[in-house]
Design a protein around this ligand. Structure first.
Ligand code: ATP
Length: 488
């Protein structure tokens, strides 16, 4: 690592303070003088006092605006630390350890409808800090784990007074600087990353490098170039060390799981065990506070290109029914297909066989989904989950509401997609279902994995007389089963 400190000014910040401030001050005084002169000439009697007060408006605007133009503004790379500074003072800055930077990419600022405006904001959903100015390329720094810091300043705004500082967690920083190539190159050198390659995984990316982290983590996001090959060979799901807490409630702690191609893994646990939280993390809904997830070799929470690749091969059958009620079943399937860029005709042919298996005829699919029974809704959700032919499928209580005939068809269909190499993570409270359908069970208890393995393996580990899913479950969570233990 080089030991020097380098500063990269933001767009426009390299101008001297005098260059930036002088025109504003001159303009304000011209306006103030003009307003006063016009007021004195036109207003009668005591109203002229108003003419003396009017210049306060341009003066106030000047003072407020000057607050936005102080400098220096930009990024400073010092040994072991990255500091991004915004606006005029040291108060408006955010710094994080250099070692957390796991990737650097550079892309044009074309996707932002407000391109050209100055933005300094924290985007909670993607845990992204944006410090954008002008229209130039944006350098993105990806952090290997969220970095929590006090952040102040959402500028630009007219009143540059103090703002309430906030504690924010950042996974990605997007920056506009005068010389983005130099920033990317310096980062690469300081971090000892592989040389930037032209053409990253994302269509628009021009420079993308991803650092190998020191964390011995098989699920760590691979470099974009390597992702495609690992996608063919690796597990469908690889999640390591997952952790999530809702405030003071720890929902999931140190959860590590793998689902291989053609394998059906059952996720079971008592109410509140952390199943939903785990499913939300591995389906890309909830960003884990600890750990890593990769789907078919693509880092689900890595850079946007990998995350998109992961989501493309991921199918989800949720427990709820997130359908616009006025859409017909057919329209909903077409809508979902379009989200995945699957032509409607192809989507129809993909779902036709399953629809007939589950007894969901065209006449029903032509009706608004608001008129569906619970079981029909469930069937529609299953169809929508596979319309894009996912490689990894997550299902939450997929058979709830299905009649016995449809349940049987569902199990037969599951066997066929398993045969086709799709990996499935199936969460259910129905132990007979998971016993029937799953190769392995993953038993969650109080947010951690109590046991995992096939029912046979677990039965012998817990020295149970038979291979009964219920007995295995209660033995794993350390509670006597309804029929009392059942140990040898
Ligand atoms: P169930 O079988 O009842 O659906 P679960 O295994 O899916 O339960 P989770 O929903 O993941 O469990 O909840 C795990 C823990 O996190 C529980 O203690 C729950 O109370 C808590 N929890 C879940 N969601 C929230 C939330 N939004 N805010 C606060 N606590 C939450």
């Amino acid at each position: 690592m080089t030991q020097d400190t380098r500063h990269f000014p933001a767009h426009g910040a390299a101008k001297s303070a005098r260059d930036r401030i002088t025109p504003i001050v001159v303009m304000a005084w011209v306006e103030a003088t003009a307003v006063t002169a016009v007021g004195l000439a036109l207003l009668p009697g005591w109203w002229r006092l108003l003419a003396l007060a009017l210049p306060l408006v341009p003066l106030w605007i000047t003072i407020a605006t000057l607050g936005q133009f102080g400098g220096p503004v930009g990024v400073t790379l010092s040994p072991g630390k990255v500091t991004v500074a915004w606006l005029r003072s040291a108060r408006h800055h955010y710094s994080f350890p250099l070692g957390l930077v796991s990737g650097v990419s550079m892309a044009p600022r074309s996707d932002d409808s407000r391109a050209g405006l100055s933005i300094c904001r924290w985007v909670p959903d993607s845990q992204r800090l944006e410090l954008l100015r002008g229209r130039g390329p944006v350098v993105r720094l990806f952090l290997s784990e969220p970095c929590s810091r006090i952040f102040q300043g959402d500028g630009p705004r007219l009143w540059a007074g103090p703002r309430r500082p906030r504690q924010v967690a950042v996974r990605e920083v997007a920056l506009s600087v005068d010389d983005p190539e130099a920033l990317a190159d310096t980062l690469v050198r300081m971090l000892g990353l592989p040389e930037p390659r032209a053409g990253g995984a994302g269509a628009e990316a021009r420079t993308t490098v991803v650092k190998e982290t020191t964390r011995p983590d098989p699920a760590h996001s691979p470099p974009p170039g390597a992702a495609a090959s690992s996608a063919l060979d690796g597990p469908c799901l690889s999640a390591t060390g997952l952790g999530y807490a809702y405030g003071t409630v720890t929902a999931v702690k140190e959860v590590t799981l793998t689902v291989r191609a053609g394998e059906v893994v059952g996720l079971v646990g008592l109410n509140g065990a952390g199943k939903t939280t785990t499913l939300r993390i591995v389906t890309g809904v909830l960003r884990p506070q600890a750990g890593h997830v990769s789907v078919a070799g693509f880092g689900l929470w890595a850079d946007p290109a990998q995350s998109l690749s992961a989501r493309r091969v991921l199918g989800v059958v949720p427990d709820g029914f997130p359908v616009y009620p006025r859409l017909t079943g057919r329209e909903y399937l077409e809508f979902v297909a379009r989200l995945y860029s699957v032509p409607p005709a192809e989507a129809r042919s993909r779902t036709a066989e399953l629809a007939s298996r589950l007894d969901l005829p065209d006449a029903v699919l032509a009706r608004p989904s608001a008129t569906y029974s619970t079981g029909t809704r469930r069937k529609l959700m299953i169809l929508a989950g596979v319309v894009h032919k996912p490689r990894f499928l997550v299902m939450d209580e997929p058979t709830s509401g299905l009649d016995p005939q449809a349940q049987r068809s569902f199990k037969e269909w599951l066997a066929t997609i398993r045969h086709d190499g799709v990996g499935v993570l199936l969460s259910s409270h129905s132990l007979p279902l998971v016993a029937d359908c799953c190769d392995r069970l993953l038993i969650l208890h109080e947010g951690t994995i109590a046991a995992q393995g096939s029912i046979g393996e677990l039965a012998s580990r817990f020295r149970l007389a038979g291979s009964d899913a219920e007995a295995v479950f209660f033995a794993a969570i350390g509670r006597p089963g309804p029929r009392g233990g059942g140990c040898e």
